[in-house]
Design a protein around this ligand. Structure first.
Ligand code: NAD
Ligand code: ZN
Length: 371
């Protein structure tokens, strides 16, 4: 039976503080939990906004929410997973509220508590630091900036053993978000136009998915030229550097009036407003970029109304992870969703470098190699 384990973690001790590599301990899996030996974990922009306390996750905490690894031990009520299974860890959902039962776990009634609460929901953490003090954890129901992590069976998604496990963690959040927004939420149609505001990890995943969906005009908008170049290689038919040109005019010009579908992943309200302005009639804007809590954005009410336009918030690409993550793996294996082009690997010890490279726009999707 499983015991408490010594682990290494990258912890955030205070707001805007660098990640600190520390020794810690993690308890055995209980109930429907699995303990996973983490092979690699992606670094997502959301880890950094939580480090900087845009969202009030209690500190000190172990973050990390794009973990991939091998099931090491299972709790007594785990039904399907077994030690040795390869899994991608994704967001937490309760599994029994109405949204969860309807296949919309990303809108679980307990989403904030389960993913950002910093404990098991009853005030207990599974991780203690070297002094025996609790470290806040359960971040996205995993806290995978660590050599081992606990997840529930519902958010540990089995993937084929012949897929490159060290690459797959970002399918649990950032990549799933961009691709799912296009394929599941917006339902981008063959022959339609799509504009991606932001060509980061989420935005470029959306570009690749729009190509999979058969969109014939795919516009990537960013301020970093190297990202726009990569967007072209991944399927963008047009790129717009919004530092150089008026983005509304540019998108209207390329599409002949406005985009049928758009996704905002910069987290900037001014970009969101511009994107809504540049929608075609009946066009739909998906919102995934996350600004500070309380941020507002404005739009012209009559432009929205008279054109039948809509704006839709999207969490985690509206996916049923058990279905969608394996689909993305297959698309990747067929060469139709080459998300490996976004990735650069770092050892866990270089997590602060990875964060800096991500913030500066040097690295699109850092993955920390852990085992
Ligand atoms: P990222 O930093 O890689 O991407 C953001 C991109 O926006 C960058 O390429 C940046 O150059 C670009 N940008 C910044 N200012 C711009 C401007 N004025 N005009 C055009 N482009 C501009 O981050 P990411 O990992 O792709 O994540 C994107 C956002 O999505 C973040 O806010 C993240 O927190 C959020 N997110 C949301 C969900 C969800 O479920 N809704 C899931 C994952 C990530
Ligand atoms: Zn729920």
């Amino acid at each position: 039976t499983a015991e408490v384990r010594d682990i290494t973690v990258a912890a955030v001790r205070g707001k805007e503080q660098p990640f600190a590599i520390e020794q810690a301990r993690i308890r055995a899996p209980q109930d429907d939990e699995v303990r996973v030996k983490i092979v690699a974990t992606g670094l997502c922009h959301t880890d950094l906004i939580v480090r900087d306390q845009y969202y009030p996750v209690p500190l000190p905490a172990v973050l990390g929410h794009e973990g991939a690894g091998i099931v090491e031990a299972v709790g007594p009520n785990v039904r399907e997973l077994k030690p040795g299974d390869h899994v991608v860890l994704t967001y937490g959902q309760c599994g029994h509220c109405n949204p969860c039962r309807g296949g919309h776990g990303a809108y679980c009634r307990d989403f904030f508590a389960l993913n950002f609460g910093g404990d098991d929901g009853h005030g207990h953490t599974a991780i203690t630091d070297a002094k025996g003090e609790p470290l806040h954890d359960h971040f996205f129901a995993q806290s995978s900036f660590a050599t081992y992590a606990l997840a529930r069976e519902i958010n540990a998604i089995r993937v084929p053993q012949d897929a490159p496990l060290e690459l797959l963690g970002p399918l649990g959040c950032g990549i799933q978000t961009g691709a799912g927004a296009v394929l599941n939420s917006l339902k981008v149609r063959s022959g339609s136009s799509f504009a991606s505001y932001g060509a980061g990890a989420v935005g470029l995943s959306a570009v690749m998915a729009a190509k999979v969906a058969g969109a014939t005009t795919i516009i990537a908008i960013d301020v970093v030229p190297s990202r726009l170049e990569l967007a072209t290689e991944l399927g963008a038919t047009h790129v717009v550097n919004s530092r150089d040109v008026d983005v509304i005019e540019a998108v209207r010009g390329i599409t002949g009036g406005g985009a049928d579908f758009a996704l905002e992943s910069t987290g900037r309200p001014d970009v969101l407003s511009a994107g809504i302005e540049a929608l075609a009639g009946l066009g739909m804007m998906g919102v995934v970029g996350a600004p500070k809590l309380g941020t507002t954005a404005s739009f012209d009410v009559n432009n929205l109304l008279l054109g039948g336009r809509s704006i839709r918030g999207i969490v985690e690409g509206d996916s049923v992870p058990q279905v969608f993550i394996p689909q993305l793996v297959t698309l990747y294996q067929q060469g139709r969703f080459p998300f490996d082009r976004l990735v650069k690997f770092y050892p866990l010890e270089q997590i602060n470098q990875a964060a800096e490279d991500s913030t500066k726009g040097i690295t699109l999707k850092p993955i920390l190699r852990i085992a």
